[in-house]
Unconditional design. Structure first.
Length: 200
């Protein structure tokens, strides 16, 4: 699998269903981010099982992402027609309801290929990519089909990126917003471990 961390996030132009259900014919990732942080996530298929739980979990935390200057974008190999039908299906019937972030249509599967999450030339794995304000991938996580994501940990990674950019300190194991960082040198490591090693 290709590791994209540290590289420019592959840009794309594709149809996308926007929060108001309008279809944008030429949705561009880099244009849409426009200097904001991006959380781009792939999921296998509309009208499936684990996928709606993840999409609803992202939507339920959308205000938290927005407060951090982060935009969420979902993507699968389904058509924009299917995306709209899924949004128009009530949650009680396996739908996702009126979620408030774009759903991109990757019918050609070229976007999934460019992020190296396409399996068996069929569907995408559960890939999550954290993209910084310069469109550089800073974190990627890929789950197999049966394994749902932890969206709260995605928020934690956004916080870690913001903390590092603001303070220049690195984020040790299990770091949470509001906790101490670590100066990226030998003295910083020693100082941090002296105070925190037993809690790790």
């Amino acid at each position: 699998m290709t590791v994209l961390v540290g590289k420019l996030a592959p840009d794309f132009t594709a149809k996308a269903v926007m929060p108001d259900n309008e279809v944008m014919d030429k949705f561009s990732l880099h244009q849409y981010l426009n200097g904001d942080i991006g959380v781009l996530f792939f999921y296998p298929l509309d009208f499936t099982f684990v996928c709606p739980s993840e999409i609803i979990a992202f939507n339920n935390r959308l205000a938290e992402f927005a407060s951090r200057g982060a935009k969420v974008i979902g993507i699968s190999i389904d058509s924009h027609f299917t995306h709209i039908a899924w949004k128009n299906t009530h949650i009680n019937k396996g739908g996702i309801g009126q979620i408030k972030f774009p759903l991109v249509s990757d019918l050609t599967k070229n976007i999934a290929r460019s992020y190296d999450v396409l399996i068996d030339e069929a569907i995408a794995l559960r890939g999550t990519f954290l993209i910084d304000r310069n469109c550089i991938v800073r974190h990627q996580l890929v789950n197999d089909l049966p394994l749902g994501r932890n969206i709260d940990d995605t928020i934690r990674m956004v916080d870690a990126l913001i903390f590092f950019e603001k303070h220049g300190e690195v984020c040790p194991a299990g770091w949470q917003k509001g906790q101490d960082g670590m100066k990226p040198n030998a003295e910083g490591v020693a100082d941090y471990l002296t105070s925190h090693a037993e809690k790790l």
